[in-house]
Design a binder for this molecule. Structure first.
Ligand SMILES: Cc1ncc(COP(=O)(O)O)c(C=O)c1O
Length: 484
């Protein structure tokens, strides 16, 4: 077969053009960072508005890069909610930072697919090293080190990590029979009323079925009640069910409640359940020795995850997932077709992360994490985490000193749950009004069946002045509503 040279025709962006536009894009991002505080935090567009502003069909001929960038500013930015605004106090944060973005760019530039050690040894080995660093940085148990029976892996999200933990739990409880024969209807899992919705999703995906997720009661501080967990396990066992998994949360999404890990992990061990610990946002606090108490009891847990993409200045996506016994997960997920076989894998001397998570392919995510840790250093990271906690604690003290407001839950770290004493509809109007003004963004939850406002300090650039201004805005809006 003859291959004809097409005369050098190409539509690719040439390195020179890439260099030029790359610089423009980096400037664009830096300008955005400098100006992000001036945007209304919550996007004001109506449903469908952005889609309708875009052409119904793609361009037949390629377009100039300048036009594309103009469209980002004119068509896309109005539909962006500014998660990187220092006045973003909603949900949990989704951090970025300069070093993280630059690490992400290099990862994209290298375009590595690190499914096997052999497909890019550095992609695997940097990840292993950085995840081992984090064991020391957070004071996690040594069993999570790659040099022990366990190890860590970067997943896209905490949702995926919890799903993997549940799959391994399912297989351990059935001696790998479900992998072979399909699901066993008697398997049951446990999580508190306050666990993240990803646990119920995992239970559905793993084939246990939501009716086999037991919802454990919480105490007055919204933390799981170990006595209720133990009672539910006993009851299930005596009814012929097979308890296999419990998820404890360090820092629940609604209120930042801390489930009592020592008791939960002990009960799990006693009954042979896999204990997974979801510390999606709050795990980062353990960088600071004074907050490490949140992980007390982790020594008995089987797996653990936290998200540097929430509160460790690393852009989405980056979840660090640790296992005490990596073999359980690998045996659960391993499938090795001929086309992936290679000498390094056969030697057993390398880690192939392909079977540590659901997808086969994997990006070079450890680069951005490595950049962040090296740029800030452990002390730099601690400084900013401590600062966020201090700012949230200041906010909590202002709330508790104003008799029109009340704290709705303990605020152990950087999330403050509070409400005006005027009832649900007052709080709803207050929150909607604040968010519509665009000067800040906060979101709500329900605690004790009452509408509760959540104020989470964790955005990379948030300083004291932003928190002070937010409280002033809350007070101004409150006065406006009270005087209506
Ligand atoms: C406690 C907890 N777990 C899990 C999640 C889900 O995180 P991800 O988006 O990484 O799946 C969240 C998100 O806020 C969370 O707060």
């Amino acid at each position: 077969m003859s291959t004809k040279n097409s005369g050098g025709k190409s539509f690719h962006m040439k390195p020179g053009e890439f260099r030029r536009w790359g610089r423009v894009v980096v400037d664009w991002i830096a300008d955005y960072q400098e100006g992000v505080a001036d945007f209304p935090v919550l996007s004001k567009v109506k449903p469908g508005q952005i889609r309708d502003s875009l052409p119904g069909a793609p361009p037949t001929e390629g377009e100039g890069f300048e036009t594309i960038l103009d469209d980002v500013a004119n068509l896309i930015l109005p539909g962006v909610t500014h998660w990187q605004s220092p006045s973003f106090f909603a949900y949990f944060p989704a951090n970025t930072s300069g070093p993280s973005i630059l690490g992400e760019m290099i990862s994209a530039g290298l375009g590595v697919q690190g499914m096997l050690w052999a497909t890019s040894p550095a992609c695997t080995e940097l990840e292993t090293r950085v995840l081992d660093w984090l064991v020391g940085m957070l004071g996690l148990p040594e069993k999570f080190l790659s040099t022990s029976s366990g190890g860590g892996v970067i997943q896209d999200t905490a949702s995926s990590a919890s799903l993997c933990a549940l799959l391994a739990a399912r297989e351990r409880a059935t001696n790998f029979a479900v992998n072979d024969r399909g699901c066993e209807e008697r398997l049951v899992a446990y999580a508190s009323t306050q666990a993240h919705s990803s646990i119920e999703k995992a239970v559905k995906i793993a084939g246990l079925g939501s009716r086999n997720l037991r919802i454990v009661d919480v105490d007055g501080d919204f933390a799981m009640r170990p006595d209720d967990l133990a009672a539910k396990i006993e009851e299930d066992k005596s009814s012929g069910f097979i308890p296999c998994f419990v998820c404890a949360t360090v820092g629940t999404t609604s209120s930042n409640a801390m489930d009592p890990l020592p008791e939960i992990s002990r009960i799990a061990k006693q009954h042979g359940l896999w204990c997974h610990v979801d510390a999606a946002m709050s795990g980062t606090a353990a960088l600071c020795p004074e907050f490490r108490y949140i992980h007390d009891g982790l020594e008995l847990a089987d797996s653990y995850c936290f998200n540097p993409h929430k509160w460790m200045f690393t852009n989405f996506d980056c979840d660090c997932f640790y296992l005490a016994d990596r073999a359980a997960l690998i045996q659960t997920l391993s499938v090795l077709p001929e086309y992936l076989l290679n000498e390094a894998t056969k030697s057993g001397a390398v880690i192939d992360y392909r079977d540590w998570h659901i997808p086969l392919g994997r990006r070079f995510r450890s680069l951005k994490l490595w950049f962040v840790i090296r740029h800030y250093g452990v002390e730099g990271l601690r400084y900013h985490v401590r600062r966020h906690v201090e700012l949230a604690q200041n906010f909590a003290s202002w709330v508790s000193k104003d008799e029109r407001f009340e704290l709705a839950a303990p605020a152990p770290l950087n999330l403050v749950c509070f409400r005006h004493r005027g009832g649900d509809s007052f709080n709803q109007t207050l929150m909607d009004g604040l968010n519509q003004d665009g000067k800040l963004y906060l979101t709500h939850t329900r605690l004790d069946d009452r509408l509760t406002l959540r104020f989470c300090v964790g955005q990379t650039m948030t300083e004291a002045s932003h928190v002070e201004r937010a409280w002033e805005n809350i007070l101004d809006k409150t006065a406006e509503l009270e005087n209506r």
